[in-house]
Design a protein around this ligand. Structure first.
Ligand code: HEC
Ligand code: HEC
Length: 208
């Protein structure tokens, strides 16, 4: 915990300096985004947003618009689940203007997608079926209808393929309880139980 807090404080201090330095010169937002990604964000999200620690979501190959929306929601404190507050309200602070948010989002959207990590075969089969087909009798729409058949996401729909299982599970639980506000998703996942979530997260982590 202490190391994470230190990482976070260091990240915010470095971000402040980098934004200041660049303000003194004509702004090259893509270059600034690359520098911030390497010196600040990578301490938690890994190089290119493809880190191995399941505490920190993968950002690589996320659609640019989705990333922009999330950074804006952290900055305005609209995305307010406990880990968003603890970890992301600092880095996505007011020194991150629209132009920099756009450039950070573009940078991560262009990184190579994460490789899938295999898991329990029965859970993967169950997760695949629910993801691709939903369940009409249980009132669960197919996830693929928004997140795409390959779960690569598009526009405001996030990529789910190759994401850490633990992060996906946490988000499904938080969104279902409306601790994280995601209006489109609340109705969609209302009827998922814990086993469904386990299966979906295991399936999605296994995809690339
Ligand atoms: C101290 C660790 C830490 C640092 C530094 C950090 N993040 Fe995060 N980030 C997190 C955690 C933890 C989450 C997940 C929050 C949650 O579960 O709500 C997250 C979530 C995100 C998300 C949402 C991903 C999704 O799939 O919804 C984005 C986008 C993001 N971070 C971008 C960045 C960028 C860009 C930077 C650098 C400016 C950065 N982060 C720096 C820890 C960090
Ligand atoms: C009607 C469209 C729609 C359907 C169907 C849908 N989703 Fe989503 N989902 C979204 C949108 C939009 C978001 C982004 C919310 C935001 O911006 O915070 C999202 C976000 C998510 C997230 C958070 C990802 C992250 O990186 O933090 C997860 C996990 C997720 N959806 C899983 C699912 C699963 C599993 C299903 C099927 C049971 C599903 N979704 C069906 C629209 C949909």
């Amino acid at each position: 915990m202490v190391t994470i807090i230190l990482r976070q404080l260091a990240a915010i201090a470095i971000l402040g300096c980098l934004v200041q330095q660049v303000r003194a010169q004509p702004v090259d937002a893509p270059k600034q985004a690359r520098e911030i990604a390497a010196k600040v964000c990578s301490s938690c999200h890994g190089a290119g947003g493809n880190g191995g620690d399941p505490m920190f979501p993968k950002l690589a190959a996320q659609p640019s618009l989705y990333l922009e929306n999330q950074l804006t929601a952290f900055r305005s404190h609209e995305r307010a689940e406990p880990d968003a507050q603890h970890y992301m309200w600092g880095p996505a602070n007011r020194s991150m203007d629209e132009q920099l948010i756009g450039a950070m989002a573009k940078y991560y959207s262009e990184q190579p997608p994460p490789k899938g990590v295999s898991g329990n075969g029965d859970l993967i089969a169950k997760g695949r079926k629910l993801y691709q087909e939903g369940s009409a009798p249980r009132g669960i729409p197919a996830c693929a209808s928004c997140h795409g058949v390959t779960a690569a996401g598009q526009g405001l729909f996030p990529r789910l393929a190759g994401q850490h299982r633990q992060y996906l599970l946490k988000q499904l639980q938080l969104i279902q309880k409306a601790v994280r506000s995601a209006p489109v998703m609340h109705g969609v996942i209302e009827h998922l139980d814990k086993e469904d979530m386990e299966a979906l997260a295991t399936y999605l982590q296994s995809q690339d």
